[in-house]
Ligand binder design. Sequence first.
Ligand code: ATP
Ligand code: MG
Length: 143
Amino acid sequence: MTSGNITLTIIKPDAFTSGKAGKIIAHLEAEGYAVRAARVMRLTEAQAGEFYAVHRERPFYKSLVSFMTSGTCMPMVLEKAGAVAALRKSIGATDPKEADAGTVRKLYAESKERNAIHASDSDENAARESRFFFSEAELIAAK
Ligand code: ATP
Ligand code: MG
């Protein structure tokens, strides 16, 4: 994995189960991201709880874990120069009401919780989160 050029995204259950995965991937590819690994899966409570463990003390944590386990989602490793910062910009603010026009969340998110997509917030977390979902063999295309 070339650090600095990959990031981990998840098309969240609100977007996946309402049939928006294809549109979101097309949107990201048009912005220059390449899909290097992808999986279609339903998170267990343990997986969702661990993935968002940093928010364990927050009032929305239980609801977030419940939402993230409510249906199928799609984790993906994306590659682009400066991927982490670029994707944070492409997805927009956490609350779609505050997201810039043309961002994934502005276009496809339902609410601050059901906000269509996750993106890693640092190169370190991008590497950690990629290994959370994908084996070394699956990450070879991202190297
Ligand atoms: P993500 O980590 O999923 O990319 P983010 O970095 O924009 O989102 P975080 O602050 O890390 O936002 O929150 C993680 C997720 O928790 C949000 O994407 C959203 O689904 C949910 N969330 C955050 N704040 C709230 C809130 N105040 N009320 C309800 N849900 C929230
Ligand atoms: Mg976050």
